[in-house]
Design a protein around this ligand. Structure first.
Ligand code: AMP
Ligand code: GLY
Length: 418
């Protein structure tokens, strides 16, 4: 099969790396890809959000299957467009991708079907939103409705902070139209866990649990990033909690989406908080997480292409999905100054040496004029290693990353430990 993966970060490198191992995949393409992905797939210069040209390219080049990884093209309906062109595509259609694209929609869905989540109200009018914050008090959480690159959430410790966030979203237009509707919700407490699940519209198969680290600096300090590292599985996610999540959250979510005429095919990302009152949904995403995917897919022992096809065909209940025992850790090496301001274009050394004991997924890299690998983004690499236990996997990832260097390289020293 000729397969196209849409996207170009560390998550897409992990997906391509795994698909390249499948006997079903004879030719692998990735648009736009990056310098690491180019080692396992042919990169295609089409932007991930360019639905029209992506479909045109897939048709012209006779793709048998397309996998759409990032949130934006899913929300834009790239899967619908591929299907309309007669190309099977992995990922939710636009009407199901809305569980990530609109927090107001997903909160309403959870309320209607009794899926546990933080209590909330939705507002489109600033004065009512401010009055609600006054009435509720702090701490309180303010969220822009739409996609905001993971930065549309303010966990406000004070009423003033919450009001400032509302002004930024609703008056200053900080997140454009994504912030004209806001969700204000109860502040929950407890450890956070991610569960990614394959879904075929009807059946759901969970992957091992994982956790990411969103803050830039050690001790969960500093600004929010796209993720500074991840590990799998999460020690907090016990079999008892998994059972509760399956019964109270995962199966009801899949059934709710089906009942609403929005069957979900693809990967659902359940962002969970294990509160004193039980597991609650923090957020849904309509796709694989980044960098959780780098850790989780490193543990997959089965053919990813077979699973993708089963999700599209509605036969997920007929495939056996095996996972390696032990744990995985992905350590992100970022550009100094990320996520605020940073420079790119620096040569990276030590990749071959690191690759002997870990898989080095590329997030933001490009090939230089002489074939050397250069930095090309905030998050540059995700050094991913396995171990018999989580501490072993963490140690292996840090040891493997040692030989890698580039100017201003920054990483957290506490991935998996906080
Ligand atoms: P989200 O983009 O919805 O995942 O939110 C980003 C982060 O904000 C989450 O990973 C949590 O750490 C935090 N957060 C979101 N909603 C809540 C909530 N209701 N209570 C406490 N923390 C929250
Ligand atoms: N790691 C968080 C996300 O992919 O949204």
């Amino acid at each position: 099969m000729k397969v196209l993966v849409v996207g170009g970060g560390g998550r897409e490198h992990a997906i391509c790396w795994k698909l390249a191992q499948s006997p079903r995949v004879t030719q692998l393409f990735c648009a736009p890809g990056n310098a690491g992905i180019a080692q396992v797939a042919t990169c295609v210069p089409v932007r991930a959000t360019d639905v029209e040209n992506m479909v045109a390219w897939a048709k012209e080049n006779a793709m048998d299957f397309v996998m759409v990884a990032p949130d934006d093209p899913l929300a834009l309906g790239m899967v619908d467009a591929m299907e309309a062109a007669g190309i099977p595509a992995f990922g939710p259609r636009k009407n199901a991708a809305i569980i990530e694209a609109s927090k107001a929609f997903s909160k309403e869905l959870m309320k209607k079907y009794g899926i546990p989540t933080a209590a909330y109200e939705t507002f489109t009018d600033l004065d009512s939103a401010l009055a609600y914050v006054d009435a509720q008090g702090a701490p309180i959480v303010v969220k822009a409705d739409g996609l905001a690159l993971g930065k549309g959430v303010t966990v406000a410790a004070t009423v003033e902070q919450a009001k400032q966030a509302l002004h930024e979203m609703m008056v200053d237009g900080k997140f454009g139209s994504s912030g004209s509707t806001v969700v204000i919700e109860e502040c929950m407490t407890g450890p956070e866990v991610t569960v990614l699940a394959f879904c075929d519209g009807e059946h759901l198969v969970c992957m091992p649990s994982s956790q990411d680290h969103k803050r830039a600096y050690d001790g969960n300090q500093g600004p929010n990033t796209g993720g500074m590292g991840a590990f799998s599985p999460s020690p907090n996610y016990t079999p008892e909690i998994a059972k509760r999540c399956m019964e109270e959250i995962f199966l009801p979510t899949v059934a709710a989406l089906k009942a609403e005429g929005r069957p979900f095919k693809g990967v659902i990302y359940f962002g969970l908080m294990l509160t004193p009152k039980g597991p609650r949904v923090v957020e849904y995403n309509a796709r694989f997480g980044d960098p959780e995917t780098q850790a989780v897919l490193s543990l997959l022992d089965s053919d990813l292409m077979e699973i993708f096809q089963a999700c599209v065909n509605g036969t997920l209940d007929q495939v056996e999905i095996r996972w390696k025992s032990g744990a995985a850790c992905c350590l992100v090496l970022a550009s100094g100054g990320y996520p605020v301001s940073y420079r790119s274009g620096y040569p990276i050394s030590g990749l071959d040496e690191a690759g002997k004991s870990a898989v080095v997924f590329h997030a933001g890299t490009k090939a230089g004029p002489n074939g050397e690998i250069l930095t090309a983004g905030g998050r540059v690499l995700g050094v991913t290693a396995l171990g018999a236990t989580l501490p072993d996997a963490i140690e292996a990832a840090y040891a493997a990353a040692k030989p890698i260097s580039f100017q201003d390289m920054h990483f957290r020293t506490d991935i998996g430990r906080v």
